[in-house]
Design a protein around this ligand. Structure first.
Ligand code: F3S
Length: 276
């Protein structure tokens, strides 16, 4: 059986950068898990003594350094952290920082803010916290704007992992209904590159193995795309592999979520080779 990796998979730029920051800041804590991969979190804890705390109150005087994770945190929490006697190392992805800066600047200029995204997602909670007024609307569809009376000056940003076609529905609605709309395209392509690659490979493969955290939404998206096209499995570690899956298969495709480290992908490929 042949094994082929998708053309694009695994760590995106922001996650790679955050992991490097963590490796270089030994004996630090992260506020919330740095990335959505339990094995990588465990490796950082064991090899670099980088652990995580769930909220700021857990940071006691023994903790000297705190890493802010890729999704970013609300402005008031960042401020609270800075007031503590700790070194704050900001690993917020630059592509997440961008909408934070835009929201801050445009709200200062008096624009109403429309954010396309999920208001419960940590990235969006962070982004909306940068507005200097409360005329901020977080929506997933244009319908949610229909009963709102916005001012004539509107600035809009999108959650980094959203689809452009869905964002355009919102921006089109705004342009049709308001005089001045400043549209900022803050969508990050990294997730889509992995998705396109999994789509292409799963159409040719007999079986797809998707490696990643079961709580990671981008990993689940890859799995859903793969299983539309062939028999597919989402696994977190090599222990979950079953030799039965590979019987009579000619091509096994491999992909991994944006928080999955390369060492884990390689470990899984070696185990598949042993089994087949
Ligand atoms: Fe950043 Fe895009 Fe990854 S926003 S964390 S590079 S998916």
């Amino acid at each position: 059986m042949k094994i082929e990796k998708a053309k694009s998979y695994g760590f995106c730029f922001g996650v790679r950068r955050a992991v490097e920051i963590a490796e270089n800041s030994q004996n630090a804590v992260t506020l919330g898990p740095l990335i959505h991969n339990p094995l990588e979190i465990q490796r950082l804890a064991e090899n670099y003594n980088v652990k995580y705390v769930n909220n700021i109150d857990e940071i006691d005087e023994n903790i000297k350094r705190v890493i802010v994770r890729t999704h970013g945190i609300p402005k008031d929490k960042l401020q609270k952290l800075k007031e503590k006697n700790v070194e704050v190392i900001d690993a917020t992805c630059p592509f997440v920082k961008k909408p934070q800066e835009i929201v801050e600047e445009m709200s200062k200029q008096g624009y109403d803010i429309v954010i396309f995204g999920d208001k419960n997602h940590p990235e969006i909670k962070g982004v909306m916290s940068y507005a200097v007024h409360d005329r901020v609307y977080v929506v997933l569809t244009p319908d949610e704007l229909k009963d709102k009376r916005l001012r004539e000056k509107i600035a809009t940003v999108a959650q980094t992992t959203r689809k452009l076609s869905d964002y355009l529905k919102i921006t089109n609605y705004l342009i049709e209904n308001y005089k001045e709309v400043r549209v900022f395209n803050t969508i990050c392509n990294a997730t889509f590159e992995n998705q396109d690659a999994v789509r292409e490979l799963s159409k040719r493969a007999d079986i797809m193995i998707i490696v990643g955290g079961k709580n990671s939404s981008n990993t689940k998206q890859l799995y859903n795309i793969a299983k539309e096209n062939c028999e597919s499995y989402l696994i977190e570690s090599e222990d979950e592999l079953n030799p039965e899956w590979f019987k009579n298969k000619k091509l096994c495709g491999i992909s991994a979520g944006a928080s999955t480290p390369e060492w884990l992908v390689e470990k899984i490929i070696s185990k598949i080779k042993e089994m087949t």
